[in-house]
Design a binder for this molecule. Structure first.
Ligand SMILES: Cc1cc2nc3c(=O)[nH]c(=O)nc-3n(C[C@H](O)[C@H](O)[C@H](O)COP(=O)(O)OP(=O)(O)OC[C@H]3O[C@@H](n4cnc5c(N)ncnc54)[C@H](O)[C@@H]3O)c2cc1C
Length: 440
């Protein structure tokens, strides 16, 4: 690709805080709240107009598997969010599978972040890192008036894609050995669903998945999709669906992302037609929304001081610098429509499920991008291999690493922002004070 050198120029300082969080998804919200509650000034920068990342803008249907079957592992901020959402939805919180009503979740996040006194910027994308030696001095942001900067002592990369880490020069991995990543989806919302009729259909062996699989077997499904996730109720007559994969999309490539949206909306219309014609309770349903944000499962995994790996998952590892534990199984969606690969996904999910009471630890070092003194990474782009990423990427896991990154950032302020000078014992104490689960 040809390059052009931009002229150097002075740009205004938009904001300054002790802790700057880039990205307002589950990880970024948790990081910002944790740092603020630990007494630090915090700026939170989110490129879209909404907080919540995939769980709101991406219409991801549910918070899944917060615990190990015996206790809630994603305790603290994740539990607070799920409790708050359930209360607004008028249901009892479910820590295994909490369906999301996206508008209620958006307003809950707005309330939590603004009530905490976090300096929030929506519709403001970070575009570049300003480095001074091995320190990140500022985040460059794109405003409607041109570039501005946000200065801080400690930064948290909660962009999901590891953007800030990559701009800072941190090494990262992407996908499998060939660079292939899990396929994204474009989640959808329908209105006008008759849930009573659907429940009756399920009782008669006609759940959406069952009907879909019959069409796949007969070779008459509207799109090739062996791994069919499904549609979930989240209100009277409404629901959201995680339906259809978009193949061959690299989630950090501009052209691929554009194709992802266009193809995603085409797939959404085809699958909705299937629901209307074939699934009990959906005859009068309307496709009212496709996600504003392409639902990307996997992009960069930033290389940190420790790379959490599948072997750690298998041996249910514990670490002296543990900042949390998690238990969701290995869930690597296929990068292709190959039916064999697609069938293997759900098999592996079942085969790798940990037993009741089992979990694996997450070390603090997995949040420390190599070579940068005052940067933490949180959420689905932390330092791990593909297997562990496919487990930790679900939202409760992202809350766990986000809350830990926020607490660590708050403590690092006392050491000129140096994240590696944070005393692990102090970090673990602060996390416990904030309600996080850590093994004794
Ligand atoms: C189709 C699909 C279905 C899923 N289903 C489930 C499910 O059922 N349950 C579950 O728990 N998890 C599910 N997940 C996983 C989960 O939703 C995500 O992995 C999780 O939201 C990641 O959290 P995060 O905070 O790391 O990133 P994200 O949720 O992606 O949030 C990152 C935020 O950073 C912002 N951002 C990015 N770049 C910049 C920038 N340069 N400047 C400012 N802001 C920026 C983004 O706009 C976004 O708001 C699913 C994911 C997908 C894709």
């Amino acid at each position: 690709m040809p390059t052009v050198t931009l002229p150097s120029r002075s740009v205004p300082v938009l904001a300054e805080a002790e802790v700057v969080v880039c990205g307002g998804g589950p990880a970024g919200i948790a990081a910002a709240l944790a740092a603020k509650r630990a007494g630090r000034s915090v700026v939170l920068v989110e490129q879209s107009g909404i907080l919540g990342g995939m769980g709101t803008g991406g219409l991801v249907p549910a918070f899944i598997v917060m615990g190990d079957g015996e206790r809630v592992l994603a305790d603290g901020i994740c539990r607070e969010v799920v409790d708050g959402l359930a209360s607004r939805m008028g249901v009892t919180p479910n820590y295994q599978w909490q369906n999301i009503q996206p508008e209620l979740l958006k307003s809950l996040y707005d309330d939590l972040v603004t009530a905490a006194g976090i300096e929030l910027y929506l519709g403001l994308g970070g575009v570049e890192a300003l480095l001074e030696g091995n320190r990140l001095a500022a985040l460059v942001v794109a405003t409607r008036q041109g570039l501005k900067i946000v200065c801080g002592q400690v930064f948290v990369d909660a962009t999901g894609d590891g953007n800030l880490s990559a701009w800072s020069g941190a090494a990262y991995d992407l996908g499998d050995a060939e660079g292939k990543t899990m396929s994204p989806s474009l989640c959808v919302q329908y209105a006008g669903v008759d849930w009573d009729a659907y429940r009756q259909g399920v009782g008669n062996g006609n759940s959406d998945r069952a009907v879909w699989h019959r069409l796949m077997d007969a070779g008459t499904a509207p799109v090739a999709e062996r791994h069919f996730v499904g549609f979930f109720r989240n209100g009277t007559g409404i629901g959201t669906g995680n339906l259809g994969h978009i193949y061959g999309v690299n989630g950090i490539d501009e052209k691929d992302i554009t194709r992802g949206y266009v193809e995603g909306r085409q797939i959404a219309r085809k699958i909705h037609q299937f629901y209307r014609e074939r699934v009990p309770g959906f005859a009068q349903s309307e496709l009212v929304n496709t996600a504003a944000v392409l639902s990307v499962r996997e992009t960069r995994r930033v290389r940190g001081d420790y790379q959490l790996c599948y072997d750690d998952y298998l041996r249910r590892a514990s670490f002296p610098d543990e900042i949390g534990r998690f238990a969701y199984p290995i869930d690597i969606h296929s990068s292709t429509s190959d039916p064999k690969e697609q069938e293997a996904v759900e098999r592996r999910l079942d085969e790798t499920r940990l037993k009741r009471g089992e979990s694996y630890g997450i070390p603090y070092r997995a949040l420390l991008p190599q070579g940068i003194a005052n940067l933490l990474v949180a959420g689905r782009c932390i330092s791990c291999d593909r297997e562990v990423q496919s487990s930790l990427r679900v939202m409760p896991g992202c809350f766990v690493t986000g809350q830990a990154a926020g607490c660590a950032a708050a403590l690092a302020v006392a050491s000129a922002g140096e994240t590696r000078r944070v005393a692990v014992g102090e970090l673990q104490d602060l996390l416990r004070q904030q309600g996080a689960y850590l093994r004794d």
